[in-house]
Design a protein around this ligand. Structure first.
Ligand SMILES: NC(=O)c1ccc[n+]([C@@H]2O[C@H](COP(=O)([O-])OP(=O)(O)OC[C@H]3O[C@@H](n4cnc5c(N)ncnc54)[C@H](OP(=O)(O)O)[C@@H]3O)[C@@H](O)[C@H]2O)c1
Length: 222
């Protein structure tokens, strides 16, 4: 796959490098071509670097790491995003005391409203950069969920595949409006990581347990 990274900071560099390790063609974009090129020089593995415009042109799949900023402010022409899978990994800023306001519109839905012709997928917002350092192994032994939402089922499956390739357990979360729930999970895990446990390796995953063999507690009443 040809993958363009729009904003090559912690998340862009980490995910781009992991996908390059899996054999994907990766282009790191940044506000200046020099920054994009320097990330590619660090990542090696045949990656390229340049501007965000260059990355958006290059990729069939794009990772958008620029929190809450309309692509129209980042790219010369947003039409380049039409028909492309646009992964939104963003979380909102952490408010004082972790006093989050209820999410009425997720960052992913906002992004989709700004670029309605892009195939926006929410993913990769519920674990810290440090967790990506463990990918794909030993991460894959720990069944760490990546929650994936999109109104485009094919795009959702493609991103789930990209998550699985780097050792995550992709969880289909259905439509993009469920990104409100997934972004709340992102807020919760940062509360844990930063506010409570003070450990960036804390993660949040769905676990499906084996069914009980008997119902000695009486089972669930209707
Ligand atoms: N870091 C984590 O552990 C983590 C985990 C999960 C989710 N997230 C979320 O992922 C997103 C990115 O996080 P990050 O840690 O990768 O942040 P970061 O290292 O600060 O990278 C963000 C990138 O955004 C670009 N940027 C910022 N303002 C811009 C603007 N006005 N125009 C164009 N580009 C701009 C910067 O580009 P330049 O390089 O060109 O300056 C930077 O590379 C955030 O929403 C964060 O909440 C982060």
């Amino acid at each position: 796959m040809k993958i363009g990274i729009i904003g090559s900071g912690n998340m862009g560099r980490s995910l781009g490098l992991l996908w390059a390790e899996q054999g994907h063609e990766v282009f790191f974009g940044a506000r200046t071509a020099e920054k994009g090129q320097s990330v590619a020089a660090f990542a090696k593995r045949g990656t390229q670097g340049g501007t965000n415009d260059d990355a958006a042109t290059f990729g069939d799949v794009l990772l958008y790491t620029i929190r809450g900023i309309n692509p129209a402010e980042v790219l010369t022409a947003v039409e380049i995003l039409s028909g492309k899978i646009l992964i939104d990994c963003n979380n909102s800023e952490i408010p004082d005391g972790f006093a989050y306001a209820p999410i009425e519109q997720s960052l992913a839905e906002k992004l989709a409203s700004e670029v309605p012709k892009a195939r926006v997928v929410k993913a990769f917002n519920t674990m810290a950069q440090e967790v990506f350092e463990l990918a794909p192994s030993p991460l894959k032994h720990h069944k760490v969920s990546v929650f994936v939402c999109s109104d485009d089922a094919e795009a959702r499956r493609a991103v789930m595949q990209l998550a699985e390739e780097i050792g995550f357990d992709a969880v289909d979360c259905g439509e993009l409006r469920h990104a409100r729930l997934v972004e709340s999970l992102g807020d919760f895990i940062r509360f844990m990581i930063i506010g409570q446990l003070k450990n960036p390796y804390a993660t949040i995953s769905v676990n499906v347990l084996p069914a009980a063999t008997d119902q000695r507690l009486g089972g669930r009443q209707s």
